[in-house]
Design a protein. Structure first.
Lengths: 291, 258
């Protein structure tokens, strides 16, 4: 006989500045399914879209989802969520689910960087930088634009050298000019790219050292998908890093697990009510495939 | 025969050359620095000599400053702080504090009655505290740098920006445009962002009157107004605020022969 609880599912949605992510877990906090996609300007449509996508991919209907938590920069724009939780709490939970031993998490996103100290699965301290583009994914985007390269291509090329040039400018704007100057001086492209990664890693490491880095260290966020960035971060910190198979989803995974915890808490209190909130209007698909 | 002296300032954005004689400024030239400082130096010298109507061998002594000044092939090289102090003291002997808003950073300098540097603070780590942000906003709004000042003065409600990073400001400016903010209000808001950064620089340097504002940023009358309001001061701005360090270098070259 089926335990009725085992048929409940829980969802987490993370609307980041650049990417939106959704995950579904079961009662045992097992990750069943996730999706990621660009955020764009229309947060609400995007929230509907990632939720529809993750339901379609998992074959689970909205009725079977007992609780939904939204997180991230655009978390207030998820009208169908039952609760909002900050991304720091969700990240810590998601990281601990994947790496129970983790003590430090470094997350570099599209527009910010965070360092989290975790103990027994709980967030105990953190520092963030969202004031300055240096040390965030934005710095990489600017460098890629300047050089006319794709982000993943940039990472691959940077691995071809062991002699990175030193990028002296801390400011993204000044570094952009420095990259052009280095190119005109005839520095090889791989050396320049490796220098760009070292510059970001140095900036983020400074943030991390303010909190004292304790191993094991987990590296997450979209920027952790970049092989050049991982190498630079490991070089600058002088330690190996743990990278989740999909570094983008720790936030939404944490939100989904917290959704499960919250639903169980309400069930125990006898206050749990079935969800009534439906998804919003159907999205307009602006992607190339839609036309 | 007249003695001529050359001062060159190869900055991150623009290069300047000034030719002086024993009486004062004879000629000056300004051009973009580009990426090859040595060839820019050769070119700007040429232009300045032509403007002065002299040949290179008529120059008695030369001095260079600025980020690329070491490649300028002059008799000596001096730091920008020293050249700023020298140039400002020559034009305005009563000035005790200098705010230099350059393309790649700003500096605050306090000098004594003889033009000697007492103290200074330099910011080269952030584009928002420099004139670079003005270039960025001018590009987005499709206007020229010279138009920024007059346009910004029409502002009645300066835009309030949530970030102080030039990169993030680029995005925020576009968002504000889409929300209907007027160009003059955006410019006035940007002036506040720059003035805030410069005000952070003033910690540790005692601002005493008279105060001069120089550098490319001083071409923007709206920015001057905002700084004057923020600091509660009235500033002196030279007619050609970009050439002061080059002028200072030329004066140092002249003094070196005394």
């Amino acid at each position: 006989m089926n335990n009725p609880v085992s048929r409940l599912y829980f969802a987490g949605i993370d609307i980041g500045s650049t990417m939106s992510k959704a995950a579904i877990v079961d009662s045992y906090t097992r990750l069943l399914c996730y999706v990621v996609g660009p955020t764009g300007a229309e947060h609400r449509r995007r929230a509907n879209r990632v939720m529809e996508d993750v339901l379609a991919k998992s074959g689970i209907s909205l009725d079977e989802v007992a609780y939904i938590i939204s997180t991230g920069y655009g978390r207030v724009n998820v009208p169908f969520a039952d609760k909002q939780i900050t991304e720091l709490t969700c990240h810590a939970r998601g990281v601990s689910a994947l790496f129970p031993e983790a003590r430090t998490a470094i997350d570099i996103g599209g527009q910010d960087a965070k360092v989290l100290k975790i103990k027994n699965g709980k967030l105990v301290d953190f520092l963030t930088n969202d004031k300055c583009a240096a040390g965030t994914g934005r710095f990489l985007e600017v460098a890629a634009e300047t050089l006319g390269l794709e982000l993943n291509e940039m990472g691959r090329i940077s691995l071809l050298t062991s002699t990175p040039v030193k990028i002296n400018s801390m400011c993204t704007i000044f570094a952009q000019q420095e990259i052009i100057t280095r190119l005109s001086e005839g520095e090889p492209l791989p050396d320049i790219l490796a220098g760009v990664y070292i510059a970001i890693a140095t900036r983020v490491a400074k943030l991390a050292h303010q909190l004292k880095v304790e191993v094991p260290v987990v590296f997450t966020g979209g920027v952790a998908k970049n092989a050049g960035m991982v190498k630079a971060m490991e070089t600058v910190l002088g330690i190996p890093l743990l990278i989740p198979p999909e570094p983008l989803i720790t936030g939404c995974l944490g939100a989904a697990i917290l959704a499960r915890d919250e639903a169980f808490r309400l069930i125990q209190l006898g206050e749990f009510k079935a969800r009534k909130k439906q998804l919003g209007e159907a999205y307009i698909d602006f992607s190339e495939n839609a036309f | 025969m007249n003695n001529y002296y050359l001062g060159i300032d190869i900055g991150s954005v623009s290069s300047k050359a000034v030719v002086i004689d024993d009486k004062g400024i004879v000629a000056l030239s300004v051009m973009p620095s580009g990426t090859n400082y040595a060839s820019t130096s050769a070119l700007i010298k040429d232009v300045a000599f032509k403007a002065a109507g002299i040949m290179e061998n008529e120059i008695t002594a030369s001095a260079a400053t600025g980020i690329g000044g070491r490649n300028a092939g002059c008799n000596s090289y001096h730091g920008v702080i020293l050249c700023d102090a020298k140039g400002v003291h020559y034009l305005f002997p009563a000035v005790r504090s200098i705010i230099d808003i350059g393309g790649q950073g700003s500096q605050l300098i306090s000098i004594d009655e003889d033009g000697r540097v007492i103290n200074f603070n330099v910011s080269e780590i952030c584009a928002t505290g420099s004139a670079r942000l003005l270039q960025v906003v001018a590009r987005i709004l499709g206007i020229s740098i010279e138009d920024i000042g007059p346009l910004s003065m029409k502002s009645t409600r300066p835009s309030n920006f949530s970030t102080s990073c030039t990169v993030f400001l680029e995005t925020e400016i576009i968002t504000r445009i889409s929300q209907g903010d007027k160009a003059e209000d955006i410019l006035a808001g940007i002036h506040h962002s720059i003035a805030d950064k410069i005000s952070a620089l003033s910690r540790g340097v005692d601002l005493q009157p008279d105060i001069a504002i120089i550098g490319g940023g001083a071409l923007d009358s709206g920015l001057i107004n905002t700084i004057e309001e923020k600091f509660g001061i009235k500033a002196l701005v030279p007619d050609n605020p970009r050439i002061i360090a080059a002028l200072g270098a030329a004066l140092i070259a002249r003094d070196s022969l005394d």
